[in-house]
Design a binder for this molecule. Structure first.
Ligand code: 5GP
Length: 180
């Protein structure tokens, strides 16, 4: 199946505006403290790089990345999530914000929250750009949300289809390329 980007769901101007608001909230809460943002590869890279640059310099910010992937029936409650790339920085006693592109079933974030709790993090919060609320299978707290969206596949601003379209500045729905 070949897909191409269709209508813009959220424009890059809207994203920039919302990131400013979230960054203000985070900056206020962590002013004068250390904070480690951990981006989930690869979808969160672009979101996290814009978010991090909007954080006030009074926050002692460090940036780390890790990778998680689902296996088995990933869209079912039985789906399992594996940590396929661990963070290399010390987690113990750190204040952490997990930065993720989309929360869908919630399985990935649930697994990640458990991972950081097990590794002795001082605190763990979650910041997602998009929330597909209707699709949730497990309950997971999300402290900062960019936008709640309907159950539709989206690409752009870091999010891919078959590893492509991550570079689009806005978030798009997709449509199928018709065969001539
Ligand atoms: P969850 O464990 O919450 O079901 O999975 C979340 C992950 O599913 C996201 O990090 C993302 O990789 C993927 N995902 C869910 N919906 C979409 C979508 O509409 N577009 C893209 N590109 N990825 C999605």
């Amino acid at each position: 199946m070949e897909l191409k980007p269709a209508d813009v769901l959220i424009s890059h101007e809207q994203i920039a505006e919302r990131i400013k608001e979230i960054a203000q909230e985070i900056s206020y809460k962590y002013a004068g403290q250390d904070l480690m943002m951990i981006g989930i590869l690869r979808g969160a890279v672009i979101f996290m790089s814009d978010l991090a640059r909007a954080i006030d310099p009074s926050v002692g910010l460090t940036m780390e990345f890790m990778k998680a992937s689902s296996y088995g029936a990933s869209t079912q409650s039985s789906g399992k999530v594996a940590i396929t790339q661990q963070p290399t920085m010390e987690i113990k006693d750190r204040q952490i914000i997990i930065v993720e592109d989309i929360v869908d079933t919630g399985l990935t974030l649930k697994r990640l929250r458990e991972y950081f709790a097990a590794h002795g993090a001082k605190s763990v919060e979650v910041c997602v750009l998009l929330d597909k609320k209707d699709r949730r299978v497990v309950d997971v707290p999300v402290e900062y949300t960019g936008f709640v969206i309907p159950d539709e596949f989206v690409v752009g601003y870091g999010m891919d289809f078959d590893e492509k379209m991550r570079n689009l500045p806005s978030i798009h729905k997709v449509c199928q390329v018709s065969e001539e």
